[in-house]
Design a protein around this ligand. Structure first.
Ligand SMILES: C[S@@+](CC[C@H](N)C(=O)[O-])C[C@H]1O[C@@H](n2cnc3c(N)ncnc32)[C@H](O)[C@@H]1O
Length: 292
């Protein structure tokens, strides 16, 4: 069977992403920086006006977007929200979250598509709409390889607008393990997937020169013991997410699988606890960018 790149199968993507998040070990579930930091670094710097325009790129089920909009609504009375998310299942959950407390004060335009498709459609419709707050939480990886996304997102920001990016950093087990997978299967990811990390984003921001930014470091620990258990369906799903390949364990060659599993256990990616559990380190940053 030929290898399939995970993000081209949104339904399977979401199953494996959820399996990974279910295994967060002794750490909070969301990619949140906390109320106080969000207030100080985002809400307080946004322009003071009645209504804000927000854009979510790869918002998934929208848990974090809803938390953040709730916080912005302490300052403004209305949010005009745009969501770009290819997974129908994830978007349906986000819609149900909005139907709760937020529905009176948030108007949402839903685009069930990739950001590349959204960008193309905006281009052909001649839209000039800009945003006060753009969030891309662990989704930049899928938005093209040439780095042009960063200048485009800065163009889309209103003056004093904030771009909120969550991304793996160079130390992350994800970056290292995915780097190894890409050494063997690079062409599979050729068109879309780029292992963007904080340092690459920082270089693009510095070169652009229109913004200032802060980086907040974070770590999630993920219990990946199941990846090493024979016939574990949870382990298979987790590995699909770590490698970004559908049915990873049954479609790659035995030799490559063995060597990648060996690597996954090394201190580059994980630590082995005294009780035998294997804990993977996801080192990720939030980059908060303001347009001057
Ligand atoms: C790691 S998940 C993060 C989801 C959400 N932001 C969160 O924090 O839970 C990445 C998200 O990006 C979406 N995605 C994949 N390819 C995309 C693309 N080309 N453009 C926009 N979003 C994409 C996936 O469907 C998924 O919802």
């Amino acid at each position: 069977m030929s290898l399939r790149c995970l993000q081209n199968f949104p339904s399977h993507y979401w199953k494996s992403y959820r399996s990974m998040r279910d295994k967060f070990y002794k750490c909070p579930l969301e990619y949140d920086i906390g109320e106080e930091a969000f207030q100080k670094m985002v809400v307080d710097v946004l322009p003071k006006q009645e209504s804000l325009k927000t854009l979510g790129i790869g918002s998934g089920q929208g848990e974090l977007d809803c938390i953040n909009m709730d916080r912005m609504l302490t300052r403004v009375s209305h949010i005009d929200n745009t969501v770009v998310e290819p997974s129908l299942e994830a978007m349906d959950v986000y819609k149900s979250l909005i139907l709760g407390d937020l529905s009176d004060r948030v108007t949402t335009s839903w685009y069930q598509e990739t950001f590349q498709q959204y960008q193309k459609r905006r281009g052909s419709s001649g839209s000039t709409k800009k945003f006060h707050f753009i969030s891309a939480v662990h989704s930049l990886y899928y938005t093209g390889k040439d780095g042009s996304i960063m200048g485009y997102l800065i163009d889309l920001l209103e003056k004093d607008g904030v771009l909120f990016i969550a991304i793996q950093n160079d130390e992350s087990g994800f970056t290292k393990f995915f780097g190894r997978v890409a050494e063997s299967y690079g062409p599979l990811f050729n068109n879309d997937t780029q292992g963007y990390t904080t340092s690459q984003v920082a270089k693009l921001l510095d070169a652009d020169g229109r913004v200032t930014y802060n980086v907040l470091k974070n770590r999630h620990n993920i219990d990946i013991t199941a990846c090493f258990e024979a016939d574990s369906s949870t382990g298979s799903l987790l590995l699909d997410f770590l490698a970004h390949i559908v049915d990873f364990t049954s479609t790659i060659s035995k030799n490559v699988l063995e060597s990648l599993l060996d690597y996954l256990k090394t201190p580059d990616c994980s630590e082995i606890l005294s009780d035998g559990r294997i804990i993977f380190h996801e080192d990720w940053d939030v980059i908060i960018i303001t347009k001057n």
